[in-house]
Ligand binder design. Structure first.
Ligand code: ZN
Length: 408
């Protein structure tokens, strides 16, 4: 593990501490039950702020090969809401950019092709790149050409030299995951055609702080951007944010439309003004976050322990990375909660890192009828509660932990 001493964006050595989570397991590395007797390595998780460029980031960098290995269990196509979100994003880009078979769409972190297939269906040439073997093979199986690699500045230069450039470049939920933020955006600038547009999504740090979404902080997630800090980073690669949108997905997402020199929209100006009024570039904006995280954690821990003491059974829903952070922060004794369910069949039969809760099928909730289900995947709350009407009709209740504790 490497611990940064300079900001990932502006290289300033002045990094201020916001919250330390102590030692945590790697969130997405689900455990094979055969290996459960060897506890996985724990690594510090420490959130810091750079006053010079206002980027919130974690200090620790684990090797990406370790974080996104061939076992990487995340397949985009297991969430209906995410699929609908991707389809809308694709259709809008198709129309707005007037794409034809003469254009090229490139997606970085293209996962299982959940997004590119909409362009491919419309006859637009597409190319995906993703480091995870499972999703890459799923994408190739549905006919989406996909390179199994990490996107770097060096690779981008190589692609540019070979004429692999994009009219539309998509990078959703990847910018915040790369250690070399500046190299990554320079790579985007290299393969984006002079008239092209890049559509970039990441969780909005303002939602993280305002809604106390502390469980979205984990080792894979290195940076937490505002428009202000993203603009600082992109400007270093000669790119401009010409349009922006706030979206509800993943607990609050920013979508930036980035180009070499398109005129800047009123939405960008307004959001930058709002951020300035909030003081998002000042450490003061973030300072009471640690206190709010601690109170929410203590309240949730107490609720769960009281329920168990009064003989209620509790399971969890959502074997996602954020669940590992939440369970890790709660630090509950073993066997307080019984198991985790998830829709992703690739996770079944494994165990959550840290808590070692076994992961099984979602149907188990209705069959087994635990009294409460802690909703670790609270960002898909509406979708999950819709799907679990049988469990709820039989008296089952969900505990929604974030932004505030709610039992429904
Ligand atoms: Zn900085």
């Amino acid at each position: 593990m490497h611990s940064i001493v300079h900001c990932r964006s502006c290289q300033s050595p002045d990094l201020r501490s916001l919250v330390s989570f102590g030692d945590m397991p790697v969130a997405d590395l689900l455990i094979d039950p055969k290996e459960a007797q060897h506890p996985p390595a724990l690594f510090p998780l420490h959130l810091v702020f750079c006053p010079q460029c206002s980027l919130v980031q974690i200090r620790e960098t684990l090797p990406p090969e370790f974080l996104f290995n061939s076992d990487y269990p995340y397949f985009s196509s297991f969430s209906d809401d995410l699929l609908a979100h991707a389809r809308d994003n694709a259709m809008e880009l198709l129309r707005a950019e007037g794409l034809t078979e003469k254009h090229q769409v490139i997606e970085i972190a293209s996962n299982d092709g959940y997004m590119l297939r909409h362009f491919a269906d419309a006859g637009i040439p597409v190319l995906g790149i993703d480091p995870a073997a499972g999703p890459v093979s799923a994408a190739r199986n549905i006919g989406i050409p996909t390179e199994q690699e990490f996107f770097t500045y060096e690779l981008a230069q190589h692609w540019k030299a070979n004429g692999r450039t994009a009219d539309v470049l998509i990078a959703n939920n990847v910018l915040a995951h790369v250690a070399d933020s500046l190299g990554f955006v320079k790579g985007l600038a290299a393969i984006l055609k002079p008239t092209g547009v890049a559509s970039i999504e990441f969780p909005y740090v303002r939602d993280l702080i305002d809604h106390c979404e502390f469980d979205t902080i984990y080792h894979q997630h290195l940076c937490y951007f505002s428009v202000t800090s993203a603009q600082y980073l992109l400007a270093q690669a000669g790119l401009v944010i010409h349009d922006v949108r706030r979206l509800p997905i993943h607990g609050g997402t920013l979508r930036l439309y980035v180009s070499h020199d398109r005129p800047v929209s009123e939405a960008v100006v307004q959001l930058l003004e709002q951020e300035q009024a909030l003081g998002i570039a000042s450490v003061d904006y973030y300072l009471d976050f640690a206190n709010r995280v601690n109170s929410l954690r203590d309240e949730l821990r107490q609720l769960i322990l009281e329920l168990v003491e009064s003989n209620h059974r509790i399971a969890c829903y959502g074997a996602a990375a954020k669940g590992t952070t939440l369970l890790g922060c709660l630090g509950l004794p073993r066997n307080v909660m019984e198991y985790v369910v998830d829709r992703n069949v690739h996770k079944h039969g494994r165990m959550m890192p840290g808590s070692l809760l076994p992961i099984g099928r979602v149907e188990r909730l209705a069959e087994d009828q635990p009294d409460y289900v802690l909703l670790l995947a609270w960002n898909f709350k509406d979708e999950i509660i819709r799907q679990q009407c049988e469990y709820r009709n039989a008296g089952g209740k969900f505990i929604v932990p974030i932004p505030q504790i709610q039992v429904i």
